[in-house]
Every structure is written in structure tokens, then in C-alpha cells.
Design a protein around this ligand. Structure first.
Ligand code: F6P
Length: 361
């Protein structure tokens, strides 16, 4: 057994529900081995600061309240690739050695990184250069990291989107309206598909499947002809327009994110069906809420397993959920496998079996 005495833990990339449950679990398991845990603040940003920004995590710091707490107590960042760090003068600088120096300053030779594929790729590169033992824990509401069946945060995001549909349904019925709900998910339609099925949607549009105005309008007209006065439409944020473009918003700092397809489709639906249509963009409420029980359990299992892997002397591995248990796989393999919605898979078939329009087959 390798005796790592002091391990670092950080959260990286967009936050999601369940991150604090991971941190709590890792601290508990580390205490079992008699190890210290330092929580690095704001992902790799904390390691660039001098002195390094961190917090000592022990059992007194991680009570059960963390299970219920959204966000991450450590803070996170989805900006600033340390290998091409954006400097104030507009140039890019390789700051990887500063980060490795930061880990040395902390006296840490093992790191648990909680992140998505982008973060894992960066952390892996840093760990290899710096000779740091790295265990990755997959988190992303998008659930697009291959191999793991479930990433931390996805289940809660689906629950929030489902609840949004539960709340849109009565107001849709009261006003005879078509309600369009735009959900996150980046290039994968997992949130839209699961929430759409769970929330009784009539139409689910996914980035993975082509759709047409005629197809959507036909479904809504059939709903109306059947005597129902409202319809629910779920649209994943990266669904393409009729021109084949993914709608994006640009922020004042130049960053771009998907967004706007819901309004585009809502307008087309109103035109094609004559139905009064309203659009809700769910946005970050899918991320910043208390985790549901599935994410709390998954996060706890991942946190414990990650520390156990370090205790076994393993490194460069990602924990993953498969067949009702935690497995570990090379990080390289995990990030090489992108998990989009399987258009021939069970959930697309289920949606079609329920009469939901999920695009033109
Ligand atoms: O990857 C998670 C995610 O929430 C995506 O679903 C979404 O497109 C993006 O992050 C939003 O990023 P930001 O928090 O930077 O606006």
C-alpha cells in the first residue's frame, strides 16, 4: 500500500450538484488511512496564486450538511487553460510549472480532480509533467463522459428539468399554450431526453437527431385534434436551427455559450400551428441546487473509491459507474470516449414508443 500522507482535492469546470458530497466522502476515507486532505480553491487558479489558496479539510469541516449543499465549497473555474493561460495583455502563457510548483508548495504528491473531460485532459497533462498521482472523478450535468454510465450532477439536473415541466404543465393547460423548455447539456441531449420522458413532453429535440418544423407542428396539431389544449416541448441547447447553426450567446468577455434555440423554435411553432407559445430557458438552475439522492450516493461512492485507489498505489485512473458499482479506467480512455445520446438506444425508442416526437427518423 502506498502511503500518500497529504492529498489535494479540487473541483474544476462548471459546478454541479453533488460536488460537496464527493469532497466529504474523500475526506472521510482519507481519515481512515490517517491522511491529510487539502482542498485547493478555484481549481487550478488556487495553485497559480502565491501563497497557494487552499483550505485544510478534516472531519470537523465535512459534516452531513455538505450532502445537501449545492455548488462547491472549494470554488471552481472553467477558464484559463494553464498551458495557454490568457494574460492581461492578450497573450497566452504556459503556466503549468507554476501549478506544479503550487502542488509542491502544498506538500502534495497525490491529487483528486473532480471534473469533466476538458478538466481531466488538463489535469492529466499536469500530473504527468509534475509526477503527481492523479485520480479523476467524473462530474458533469451533460453526462457526456464516455464509459461511466453516470456522472455526478446529471441526475439532479434531470430532476430540475423534470420539475420545470411539472410546473409548466398546469400553466400551459390553464392558458391553452405550447410551452417550450430549453435545457442545458452542451452537445449531448441526455438531459432533454430523460427529463422530456419523465415530464410527459410531447416533443423532445436533441442535437443528435434531425428535426423539422413540419414534424413538430404535426405532433402538436395531433395533440390538439385529440382534444388536449396544451403541449410541452423540450429543446436541448445545442439543437441546430433549420440553417444548421447552433444558437449561441456571446458574453461581454468574448466567451460564447449555447443558448437561444428555445426562442427560435418557439417562434416557428407559433407560426406553424397558430398556438400561443411561451419559452422558458432553464439555465443554471439545473446546476446550482441541492443534489438529489442519486447524486449524493454516486458522489459518495466515487469519493471513497478515489481515495482507495490512491491507497492501492494507483494513478492516472478515473472512477466510473458501471453495472451498479464503481470501476476504474485509464483517464486517457475515459476522455477519448464521448457519450452522445445513442439514437438507436433504449431511451430514444422509449420516447418514440410513448408517441413523443424526437425528430425525423
Ligand atoms: O457543461 C456544463 C454546462 O452547464 C453546459 O450544459 C452549458 O452549456 C455550459 O456548462 C454553461 O457554461 P457556463 O456556466 O460557463 O455558462
Amino acid at each position: 500500500m502506498t502511503a500518500a500522507k497529504r492529498i489535494g482535492i479540487l473541483t474544476s469546470g462548471g459546478d454541479c450538484a453533488g460536488l460537496n458530497a464527493v469532497i466529504r466522502a474523500a475526506v472521510h476515507r482519507a481519515a481512515h488511512y490517517g491522511w491529510e486532505v487539502v482542498g485547493i480553491e478555484d481549481g487550478t487558479q488556487g495553485l497559480l496564486a502565491r501563497p497557494v489558496r487552499y483550505v485544510n479539510l478534516d472531519l470537523n469541516r465535512v459534516d452531513g450538511a455538505m450532502m445537501r449543499q449545492g455548488g462547491t465549497i472549494l470554488g471552481t473555474t472553467n477558464k484559463g487553460d494553464p498551458f495557454a493561460y490568457p494574460m492581461a495583455d492578450g497573450s497566452r502563457k504556459d503556466r503549468s510549472q507554476e501549478i506544479i510548483g503550487g502542488l509542491r508548495e502544498l506538500g502534495v504528491d497525490s491529487l483528486i480532480g473532480i471534473g469533466g473531460d476538458g478538466s481531466m485532459a488538463i489535469l492529466r497533462k499536469l500530473a504527468r509533467i509534475g509526477g503527481i498521482k492523479l485520480i479523476g472523478i467524473p462530474k458533469t450535468i451533460d453526462n457526456d463522459l464516455g464509459i461511466t454510465e453516470m456522472s455526478v450532477g446529471f441526475d439532479t439536473a434531470v430532476a430540475v428539468a423534470t420539475e420545470a415541466l411539472d410546473r409548466l404543465q398546469p400553466t400551459a393547460a390553464s392558458h391553452d399554450r405550447v410551452m417550450v423548455l430549453e435545457v442545458m447539456g452542451r452537445d449531448a441531449g441526455h438531459i432533454a431526453l430523460s427529463a422530456g420522458i419523465a415530464g410527459g413532453a410531447d416533443v423532445i429535440l436533441l442535437p443528435e437527431l434531425p428535426w423539422s418544423v413540419a414534424g413538430v407542428a404535426d405532433k402538436i396539431k395531433r395533440v390538439q385534434a385529440g382534444g388536449r389544449n396544451f403541449a410541452l416541448v423540450v429543446v436541448s441547447e445545442a439543437v441546430k436551427t433549420m440553417e444548421g447553426v447552433k444558437a449561441q450567446q456571446e458574453f461581454s468577455d468574448g466567451q460564447k455559450r449555447y443558448g437561444g434555440i428555445g426562442n427560435y423554435i418557439g417562434h416557428l411553432i407559433a407560426e406553424a400551428t397558430g398556438a400561443e407559445t411561451r419559452v422558458t430557458v432553464l439555465g443554471h438552475v439545473q446546476r446550482g441546487c441541492p443534489p438529489g439522492h442519486n447524486d449524493r450516493v454516486l458522489a459518495s461512492a466515487f469519493g471513497v473509491a478515489a481515495v482507495d485507489l490512491l491507497a492501492e498505489g494507483k494513478s492516472d485512473r478515473l472512477v466510473a459507474w458501471s453495472n451498479r458499482r464503481v470501476i476504474d479506467i485509464p483517464i486517457e480512455d475515459a476522455i477519448a470516449t464521448y457519450a452522445a445520446v445513442d439514437i438507436d438506444g433504449t431511451l430514444v425508442k422509449t420516447a418514440r414508443g410513448l408517441g413523443i416526437y424526437v425528430g425525423d427518423a
